[in-house]
Ligand binder design. Structure first.
Ligand code: BG6
Length: 503
């Protein structure tokens, strides 16, 4: 369902109580409070909607609301203070989430609050805690039956969903003891980003692209998610994760699945998920051999005053965790056989940007070699959103010199401020019960199967250091140059320099 469909179809969110575990953490402050505010300000949150924040800090409702106002002021561009009616939706419940007896008391508090605010029986649980708490929260919210008669209950789970296939399976079995698949909303926030939702429209709603989206016409595809920031305060978590678990297993593989999936029988949730899972199951390393498995791992080193990864708080001084990963994968099916998908993701790089480059096979102009520059379709995911198509024309004034030009659709310029933050979309979807942008268990399972297979090769791969603020390890460039290709990294448009848009 497209975002505007909510407006077009006048979908009204049902009354509900959102129980937010981990309300004192970073995710709540940076993403969830602003997203809820945006839903409130847009008139989307029903009057009968409240949020019960759960944390260990000794706060009460008043100090919690003050903290939310502060968090919003710190993260939001909007100068205005939140509407008092927004803050009055929030209540605080102090609780040790590891104390399994505390969940009965939570149930009483939630029920009392629901009665007082006439919220009915619907409950949404958002797990934004440290991952080791997920199983205990899911088990005991499920056990205490935190839902009244006739209401819905939905469990929104942040990543990481396990650290390998075995732990993900164990965790999922725990969830299934208390919740059904359709009650579990596994979050991959990249799916909430506008340009990811655009991939299927771009592919399947354009005759220009749909018939040529295959091995006959596409040379290779690049998926690049670069971050300029290091691990900051998250060293403790990250050192047990690394780029493969933190970014590749989820965000990059979901991007790949959307780019590679077959046209679904319908665009409803299960049809789309069915096609994505087929891609994920068909993924393998592309022509790996002992010398070149198609896996590059890197770790950032200090640059100037800026610390290297091993100097970061919470990171082991001899850590072998990768902060950069590049892969060469193939989807083993008739549509894609022979087309490499190059993926890369890393921290402490020269820029923050997520881009996809679909590089078409070059054609010989007039049937003669040399081949001309290939057409390239660039999908800009962030920070700038848009689509850019590179193609060949005759250089004006010459007899037949061919030169490459581009057509540029800058979504950020054309629809300024119209892309909601991913969490706005995801919270709203979960509230209306739309699972389309959440991952199904078999997708997670297939993604872990691939990542486990890559992890099994780490000893043969090694980790190459790269300077903080650089483009990443040299080996990542070699991964493509040895195949006669190179990374395509579009420049960011400087705000204010966009062409005027015709409306
Ligand atoms: C998260 C990772 O899932 O995604 C972080 O845990 C990463 O390490 C973040 O920084 C990137 O998200 P975005 O939306 O800023 O690209």
């Amino acid at each position: 369902m497209a975002y505007t469909d909510f407006m077009e179809k006048h979908i009204v969110l049902a009354p509900a109580l959102l129980i937010l575990f981990g309300t004192t953490g970073d995710l709540a402050a940076k993403k969830l409070f602003p997203a809820l505010r945006s839903l409130h300000d847009g008139g989307d949150l029903p009057e009968k909607a409240a949020i019960l924040g759960i944390g260990r800090r000794p706060w009460d409702d008043a100090s919690y609301r003050a903290r939310i106002a502060e968090a919003i002021a710190e993260t939001s561009d909007e100068a205005t203070a939140p509407d008092p009616a927004f803050l009055e939706r929030f209540y605080y419940h102090r609780m040790d989430m590891r104390d399994t007896n505390a969940y009965d008391e939570l149930r009483s508090r939630a029920d009392a609050l629901a009665r007082a605010r006439d919220l009915g029986d619907n409950r949404i649980y958002f797990l934004a805690t440290a991952p080791d708490l997920f199983p205990v929260i899911a088990e005991h919210t499920g056990r205490t039956g935190q839902v009244g008669n006739g209401g819905f209950r939905r469990l929104m789970v942040e990543k990481p969903f396990g650290r390998d296939l075995a732990s993900a399976q164990a965790f999922n079995e725990g969830l299934y003891r208390r919740f059904t698949e359709n009650e579990i909303y596994r979050i991959d926030h990249y799916l909430g980003k506008e340009m990811l939702q655009n991939i299927l429209v771009l592919r399947f709603a354009n005759r220009l692209f749909e018939p040529v989206w295959n091995t006959e016409h596409i040379d290779h595809i690049q998926i690049s998610v670069r971050e300029s920031g290091g691990v900051d305060q998250r060293g403790g978590y990250y050192d047990h994760a690394g780029a493969l678990r933190d970014m590749v297993q989820n965000h990059l593989l979901q991007l790949l699945a959307l780019l590679a999936m077959e046209k679904p029988a319908c665009f409803e949730t299960e049809c789309v998920r069915d096609e994505k899972v087929k891609v994920l199951r068909g993924l393998r390393l592309f022509h790996p051999d002992e010398k070149d498995p198609g896996i590059i791992l890197g770790q950032y080193a200090a640059a100037g005053e800026q610390p290297g990864y091993r100097e970061e708080k919470g990171v082991e001084p001899d850590s072998a965790t990768e902060t950069f990963a590049a892969l060469r994968l193939e989807v083993d099916n008739p549509r894609w056989r022979g087309v490499p998908f190059y993926l890369k993701s890393g921290k402490a790089l020269d820029r923050s940007a997520a881009d996809i480059a679909v590089v078409f096979k070059p054609v010989p102009y007039g049937g003669n070699e040399p081949f001309e520059q290939p057409n390239v379709l660039l999908l800009r995911v962030q920070p700038q959103e848009g689509v850019n198509l590179q193609f060949n024309i005759k250089q004006p004034g010459t007899v037949s010199t061919v030169t490459q030009v581009d057509m540029d659709f800058c979504q950020t310029c054309r629809f300024p401020g119209q892309s909601p933050d991913a969490y706005v979309r995801l919270l709203r979807d979960a509230w209306v019960g739309d699972l389309n942008l959440f991952t199904r268990w078999d997708e997670i399972e297939a993604a872990w199967t691939l990542v486990d297979c890559i992890q099994a090769q780490r000893e043969n791969v090694g980790i190459e250091p790269y300077a903080r603020g650089s483009a990443g390890p040299d080996a990542a460039s070699r991964l493509l140059t040895q195949d006669g290709r190179s990374w395509i990294e579009p420049e960011e448009k400087i705000p204010g320099t966009c062409e005027p848009c015709h409306t």
